[in-house]
Design a protein around this ligand. Structure first.
Ligand code: ATP
Ligand code: MG
Length: 379
């Protein structure tokens, strides 16, 4: 089979032919759907969190960033949460999913690590609270997964018949209220019994459910069925666009930012807000007139480097070899990489989300899915 036909489904994906057929919704990040403009149009939707509105307060004032270095550069410091930027379409989607009358109410927010899933879930809860809902927040973890009903360990339940236990858990959560919102953060990590509780909350329409899941991570069956059978609407959360990244950087710095500075932060974060926050926090900025600019290079903070290291370190050897070669030089033709690292390794690297393959002048080229993979590299 030729390389092109082996990858033909990917070609279709890149060419967007299959897009319309996909049941999963995702909000396209337009080239310049600049969020500050959006915020001006819908101020009440932006910048709220679980404890109430954060509003459009400037995330950091100069006084808050005041650790001035000897060179006159202002070392950034992390003080406040950034106001929500660039998610008005997602919030509109969530709002409609939470207000359905003819079907289960709720939404699954799916996306890569650090893209902003938990933050959107918090915005969704705030929205529901404003409509009078009682809120339950559950965070699933690897650790609690080993225990049946681990995610709901707070519930005072006597051990007994598992089916009975699930029913009692549902009753305890709802407690006779007709407007309860249950958020399940990182629902792909739920143990089976907790997943069944969430499933029953959805299927019996006892509560509104907002779940976050990491794209590509297997979820327990009882959870996955909630979106596969379309009880819950699923939304793929995309990284921010370059324009939205600029808006966020400017809000964080408290004023306009130099183009080259934004470009550099965008190139390294690719709109991943967790990455962006850490890059901004570890970098120094100074003001030239009214405009903020980097006062030196961007340092990849240790925590971010560790996260990338952990991700790359967990890859199989052939996939890591693909990443290592691309860290030295990219893009490289898929054929060349495959012959150097083993047949199918590029496809596996793409499936693992560390490499992107794109058609280029009649052949397929591979590049790192994220520039930080190249910056951090593999020891
Ligand atoms: N649109 C946004 N505007 C401003 N800040 C944001 C936005 N999205 C996310 N953040 C902030 O970025 C950080 C990372 O976001 P969040 O924790 O929601 O990511 P995540 O997708 O849940 O990550 P993980 O996969 O690690 O759970 C948080 O501090 C969050 O408040
Ligand atoms: Mg999260």
């Amino acid at each position: 089979m030729s390389r092109v036909s082996r990858y033909s489904y990917r070609w279709r994906r890149y060419l967007n032919v299959a897009r319309a057929a996909r049941p999963v919704r995702s909000v396209t990040r337009s080239a310049c759907s600049c969020s500050l403009g959006t915020r001006a149009r819908t101020p009440t939707r932006c910048g709220t969190d679980i404890d109430g509105p954060v509003g459009v307060r400037a995330a950091r004032t100069e006084a808050e960033m005041a650790a001035t270095t000897r060179s006159g550069a202002v070392k950034s410091r992390f003080v406040l949460e950034w106001p929500l930027v660039g998610r008005s379409e997602e919030l509109a989607f969530i709002d409609s999913a939470l207000r359905r009358r003819d079907a289960a109410r709720g939404v699954v927010l799916a996306g890569g690590s650090g893209v902003g899933k938990t933050r959107l879930a918090r915005e969704a809860v705030a929205l529901e609270r404003r409509h009078g809902a009682r809120a339950w927040w559950v965070t699933a973890t690897e650790c609690a997964r080993a225990v049946p009903l681990g995610a709901f360990a707070d519930l005072p339940l006597e051990p007994g018949d598992p089916r009975e236990t699930v029913h009692r858990a549902v009753d305890r959560i709802v407690e006779g209220n007709d407007h309860v919102v249950v958020v399940v953060d990182d629902a792909h990590l739920l143990d089976d019994m907790s997943a069944l509780v969430v499933n029953q909350l959805v299927v019996q329409r006892r509560a509104t459910v907002v779940a976050t899941v990491r794209t590509g991570e297997p979820a327990p069956d009882a959870m996955a069925v909630t979106w596969k059978d379309e009880h819950l609407r699923r939304l793929e959360i995309q990284p921010l666009s370059e324009c939205e990244t600029q808006a966020l950087v400017e809000v964080a710095l408290g004023g306009p930012a130099e183009r080259a500075t934004v470009r550099r932060l965008w190139r390294l974060s690719r709109g991943n807000v967790l990455f962006l926050r850490q890059l901004v926090a570890s970098s120094a900025f100074r003001r030239d007139g009214a405009v903020w600019q980097l006062a030196g290079g961007v340092e990849v903070p240790a925590m971010l480097a560790d996260m990338v290291d952990a991700r790359l370190g967990a890859l199989p050897g052939d996939v890591r070899a693909v990443v290592e070669l691309l860290a030295l030089s990219e893009p490289l033709p898929v054929d060349l990489l495959d012959s150097a690292t083993g047949r199918g390794s590029v496809e596996r690297a793409e499936d693992a989300g560390v490499v992107a393959v794109e058609p280029s002048s009649g052949r397929l080229d591979a590049r790192l899915a994220h520039p930080l993979f190249g910056e951090v590299g593999i020891e």
